[in-house]
Structure formats: C-alpha cells, structure tokens
Design a protein around this ligand. Sequence first.
Ligand code: PCA
Length: 193
Amino acid sequence: MRFLVTGFEPFGGETRNVSWEAVRALPAALFGAEIVTARLPVEYDGVMPVLLSLMEAEDPDAVLCVGLAANRDCLTPERRAVNRMASKIADNAGVFRDGQPILPGGPESLFSDLPVEKMAEAMSAAGIPARVSGSAGTFVCNRVMYGLLSAIAAGGRPRLGGFLHVPRETAVPFPQICRGLEIGLQVIAEALS
Ligand code: PCA
C-alpha cells in the first residue's frame, strides 16, 4: 500500500506553512503503508499539474492533501469541495479569483470518499481537537481537493482521496498536529485493507 501525502508551501507573506512541516515529519512507512510526501505550490493554476504528475509517477492507493486553515482551532477532515475559486488574497503567482468555477459546467460540490467522521473521531479519542468540516473553502486547498476528487471520479486510481485542514500551531501544538495526521492516515489505511 502506498500513500501520497502533500503539504503546501507558505503563502500570504508567511515563511512557514505548518501543513508542509507536519507532512515532511512523517516517517517513510506507517501502518504497513509506504508514505510518499510532496510540497505543493499555492497557485490556482499551478497546483493540479504538480499533483497529477505526482499521482502519475507514484501510483498511490490513497492521496491525502493537507493545508493550513489559519482561522480554525482544530484539525478538520474535509467532507466537500465546491466548484468555485475566490479569495481576498492573491495566490503565490499573484492571481486573484472572485467566484469563477473551477470546472465550468462541472458538479457544484464533490464529496470526499475518505472516512472523514471516523478520522475526526479517532483524532478526538486521542485527545487531539478535531471535527469534520463541511467545506474546504474557496482558495487553493479547495481547488486541489476539487481536482483530486474529479481525477478519482474519472479513473480507478487512487482508490481514496481527500483533504485535511490543520490549524495554526498557536491553536494546536505541532506534535499534536503531527499525531493527528498520523491517526488520520491510520484510519485511511484501515479503510483500504
Ligand atoms: N491553505 C490555503 C492554501 C494553502 C494552505 O495551506 C487554503 O486553505 O486554501
């Protein structure tokens, strides 16, 4: 079993993105799965080509993309991606979007096939603040989640995929964010075996 787990580069003028720091801290193997990690660009147009070529090269059984939700106070497995792009800040390529669809004519919402409730419950049971989120927002994290779920719907691989938002380290300490990510991956591994 092979997992592709991604984090994001810093954005919004910051120098660190905890999503990538937590992903890069993962061991090379966990729960019988090989863990391949990668850092994605915070670019509406640039993020999917990078993710798709990683999926092509690595042929993972599951893909979990991880990003920072700066205004949340817990870990949030995402239930749904929406067919919209909008944000107050520009992406790292200087691009603004103010409500354009990701895929013109495409489904308004795409739902993750990850066991998001179980992931949040297992994290909470380990004392890590977590809840399921109803939407990944409308910035680049939602863009990549929508693209990932479209790719899964179109082909047979990967078998499972979705998104996990993590909060700032001021809301949840870094070791707990890392532990929560590992627990989320464990639940995904159980769902695949
Ligand atoms: N968070 C942003 C994009 C990159 C990241 O880590 C988001 O929530 O869309």
